[in-house]
Design a protein around this ligand. Structure first.
Ligand SMILES: [Zn+2]
Length: 458
C-alpha cells in the first residue's frame, strides 16, 4: 500500500489547473508520489490519510521550475567576480570549473540544490556544466530534487577555455550521458543532449545532437545568447539571422529548449513559435549582465506568437539570484518599465512562466507545473502570516509582487517532504555552507584566479 498524506485547510490553493482555479480553504490528498484529490477542505473532510500537514494560514502552489541553472560550480566561488569583467568573465568561470574535483562538484551541487529547494524551486535544468555526474547523482538522490542533466559539447575553437571535442567524440559522449542518466533515480533525473551554442558547435553537431535527443525520446538545449558579433557572422557567412541558421541546421524543433534567447527579431520570435521550439529566459542574469533584455529579449512577442516560454536564472555568479519568484517578479515588471506599458506581462502570466509554462518549456507539463489529480506532488507551502504577505486579498498579486522565498515553509517533491518549517530535511545546512566555503577558497588558490573586493577587508 502506498502511503497517503493530506495537506489540510489551506488558505488558498493556487492550482494553475486549466481553469486557473484558486481554491479558498482547500485540501490536497497525496497518494505515494502523486496528487490524488484536490478540493474544498469540507468536501475532503472524510478522507483519512496516514499523515496530515496543517495548511491553515498557508498558500499552496506547484513547485517552481528553473529551466537554466548551472548547479555544480558557482556556489563555491559565488560573488568572486567584479561586475564589469565583460569578455574576461566566462574564460575565468571555465578555468575555475575545469579545476574542480568530483567532491567539489558534489558539495557545490548539494548547496545549490539546497538553496533552490528551500525557496520553492523543485525542478531545474543543469545545462551541461557538470563534469562528475556520478558524484553529483548522489546529491540529487540525497536531496530528492527533480533535475535535468547533460554534458555540454562543442567541436569548434572558442575563447572561453571550454574543451573542444572531435564531432564524433562529442556525439558518443552525448549518447552515453543520455543512456546512463535518463530516468535515474526513480525517474527524477532526466538527461538531455546539450550542444553548447550555435557559435561553437558545427552544423553537423547541432543536427546530430537533435537526432540523438529525438530518437532517445528526450530533449536538447542550447545557449542562445546572440551578441552583435555572432549576428553579424550569421549574416555574413550564412546570409540569415541566428534563428534561421538554427532551422537550416535542423535544430529548431519541438525538442529544442533555447536558453536566454536574446538578440532576436520579431520575425525570429514568430519562427521559434511556429516551429514549436521552447524558450527559457533568464531575467536575473540578463539585468545583472546589462544584456538589454527589454530591447531584444522579446518575451512579450514570443508569448503573443504562442511560443512555450519558461524562466531560468543561469549560474550563481552571473545572476546570483536563484529564486524563481525573483525571476517571476522581474518578468512581470521589466517589460512594463522598458516598454512604458502596464499591459505587458500580467502577474498571472508571470506566475505561469514560473510554473505550468516553465514545465511545458521542459516537456514536463504532463507531470508537474500544476496542482491536479494525477500530477506529481511537487508542492510549496508559503506561510502567509508573515509581514510581507499582509494584507492578502489576491494571492497571485501577493506571490508575484510582495512575497518571495523567505516565506516558503514546506516543500514536497514527488510526495516527499524535503523542506519542513523552513529547514531542509536532507542535509545539515550550516555544515554544508562551511564545507563549500573551504572548497571554494582552495579552488581559487589552485586555479590561480582571484579578484579582491574593492573595499578593504580589515
Ligand atoms: Zn548557462
Amino acid at each position: 500500500m502506498e502511503s497517503t498524506l493530506k495537506i489540510d485547510g489551506v488558505r488558498y490553493i493556487v492550482t494553475m489547473d486549466p481553469e486557473r482555479r484558486i481554491i479558498a480553504d482547500g485540501s490536497v490528498v497525496i497518494t505515494g508520489a502523486r496528487i490524488s484529490q484536490v478540493g474544498k477542505a469540507a468536501d475532503l473532510a472524510g478522507v483519512a490519510t496516514d499523515a496530515v500537514i496543517d495548511g491553515r494560514g498557508m498558500a499552496l502552489t506547484p513547485g517552481f521550475v528553473n529551466g537554466h541553472m548551472h548547479i555544480s560550480y558557482a556556489h563555491a566561488v559565488r560573488g568572486l567576480f567584479p561586475d564589469d569583467l565583460g569578455a574576461d568573465y566566462l574564460p575565468n568561470v571555465f578555468r575555475l570549473q575545469g579545476a574542480m574535483t568530483d567532491d567539489d562538484e558534489h558539495a557545490t551541487s548539494l548547496l545549490a540544490i539546497t538553496e533552490l529547494l528551500k525557496y520553492g524551486t523543485t525542478a531545474f535544468v543543469d545545462p551541461g556544466s557538470t563534469t562528475h555526474l556520478d558524484a553529483c547523482l548522489e546529491a540529487y538522490r540525497q536531496s530528492g530534487c527533480r533535475i535535468i542533466v547533460g554534458r555540454s559539447v562543442l567541436d569548434r575553437p572558442n575563447p572561453l577555455n571550454l574543451p573542444v571535442y572531435e564531432t564524433d567524440a562529442a556525439l558518443r559522449m552525448t549518447e552515453a550521458t543520455i543512456a546512463a542518466y535518463n530516468g535515474a533515480p526513480d525517474g527524477l533525473v532526466t538527461a538531455w543532449a546539450m550542444p553548447f551554442s550555435p557559435e561553437f558547435c558545427s552544423p553537423e553537431l547541432l543536427a546530430a545532437t537533435q537526432a540523438i535527443a529525438e530518437s532517445a525520446g528526450t530533449r536538447l538545449t542550447l545557449h542562445f545568447t546572440n551578441g552583435p558579433r555572432w549576428i553579424e557572422e550569421c549574416r555574413q557567412r550564412h546570409g540569415c539571422a541566428p534563428t534561421e541558421y538554427l532551422e537550416r541546421c535542423g535544430a529548431l524543433t519541438p525538442q529544442m529548449t533555447l536558453s536566454h534567447c536574446l538578440g532576436i527579431t520579431g520575425d525570429e520570435a514568430r519562427l521559434i513559435a511556429e516551429r514549436g521550439a521552447s524558450v527559457v529566459m533568464c531575467p536575473t542574469a540578463a539585468v545583472k549582465g546589462g544584456a538589454g533584455m527589454t530591447h531584444h529579449g522579446l518575451l512579450p512577442e514570443l508569448l503573443q506568437y504562442g511560443a512555450t516560454v519558461g524562466l531560468g536564472t543561469d549560474a550563481g555568479n552571473n545572476s546570483n539570484l536563484l529564486e524563481t519568484l525573483r525571476s517571476v517578479y522581474l518578468a512581470a515588471v521589466l517589460y512594463k518599465d522598458g516598454r512604458q506599458d502596464v499591459g505587458m506581462i500580467p502577474a498571472e502570466t508571470a506566475l505561469e512562466l514560473g510554473t505550468i509554462r516553465g514545465a511545458a518549456a521542459l516537456g514536463l507539463d504532463d507531470i508537474i507545473g500544476s496542482i491536479e489529480p494525477g500530477k506529481a506532488a511537487d508542492l510549496v507551502l508559503f506561510d502567509t502570516q508573515r509581514a510581507e504577505w499582509g494584507a492578502l486579498h489576491n494571492p497571485v498579486n501577493s506571490l508575484v509582487y510582495n512575497a518571495d522565498g523567505r516565506s516558503v515553509h514546506t516543500v514536497l517533491v514527488n510526495g516527499r517532504v524535503v523542506v519542513e518549517n523552513h529547514r531542509p530535511r536532507f542535509v545539515d545546512e550550516a555544515g554544508l555552507v562551511a564545507e563549500v566555503q573551504a572548497r571554494g577558497e582552495a579552488l581559487i588558490k589552485r586555479a590561480g584566479v582571484s579578484f579582491a573586493p574593492r573595499w578593504p577587508v580589515v
